[in-house]
Design a protein around this ligand. Sequence first.
Ligand SMILES: C[S@@+](CC[C@H](N)C(=O)[O-])C[C@H]1O[C@@H](n2cnc3c(N)ncnc32)[C@H](O)[C@@H]1O
Length: 316
Amino acid sequence: MAAEVRASLSQRPLPSLPCKYFYDERGSALFDEITRLPEYYQTRTEETILEKIAGEVIDAVRPRELCELGSGTGRKIRLFLDAMASRGLLSRCVLLDISEEVLASSAERLAADYPGLSVRAVAGDFLEDLPALGPGGSRLALFLAGTVGNIHPDEVPAFLGSVARQLEPGDGFLVGLDLVKDPARLHAAYNDAAGVTAEFNRNVLRVVNDRLGADFDPEAFEHVAFYDAEAAWIEMRLRALRPLRVKVPAAGLDLAFRAGDEIRTEISCKYTRASFEALCAGTGLVLEGWYTDPDSLFASALLRRRTGGAEGPGRP
Ligand SMILES: C[S@@+](CC[C@H](N)C(=O)[O-])C[C@H]1O[C@@H](n2cnc3c(N)ncnc32)[C@H](O)[C@@H]1O
């Protein structure tokens, strides 16, 4: 973490922080609060789609193992576990998340609520640690909530290639995608009236303080979120409200911020069917199903590992 934070905060002209560091226990609780906000249509919409398609997806893939990348509280996975149980397929489930606290509690709850289900929790980074999932075969992997949007589009093909290598031909990968839409709707979703997203955004500074001994004053930064139509992504930043000096001892940094200086904390890419399908080309995964809501706010894309090998580009 120290090396990553050192590299990202040293970027010029725009320093950044990796968005995976939002999610300590407090950050995960704040994200959960975001999912219940009136402006945040994503979770409600995806859940409506998943309720409709879970049975169909299970019938298509016939998995014995369900796996969720960035599983968080593990609420949505239950729709798929229920569909597997009603078909006599319930067997194994693997949760992978960077946030160890949330991972442990959601794995415990799933094991308690689904007797006979073997639950494995893997603490790790979905960009680096997918080999920890072990060999695939009869596997359905889920990547929900539009989290794929936090990966820079240039890096998505390599990510999809690394997922394909953990799957066998016929295995499935269901990806949740937030769709391109009216920028005003997007703006509202990331600038909620209650200020929960702002608190979530500032939480990354608290995590850097806790883990690397930094002395960021989170209240000295304001939340900024805007839609970049050319890139088709929402960008979240933290803007210094006054001149500040910040030390990050474990990363060997002594930083000077002027009022107005910004740190990029997240991108959240918005997709169309065509823009996402283009990123799948050559990764070993093929788009087989595209499910959306009546207002085309959100989509669930069912990818299948094609026969003949995952030939996607590897991560450097
Ligand atoms: C937007 S939340 C989605 C949670 C849940 N899947 C849902 O649909 O509500 C993203 C989740 O991914 C995890 N996460 C973020 N970056 C990660 C990374 N690089 N590797 C593993 N997990 C990550 C976070 O801890 C969080 O639980």
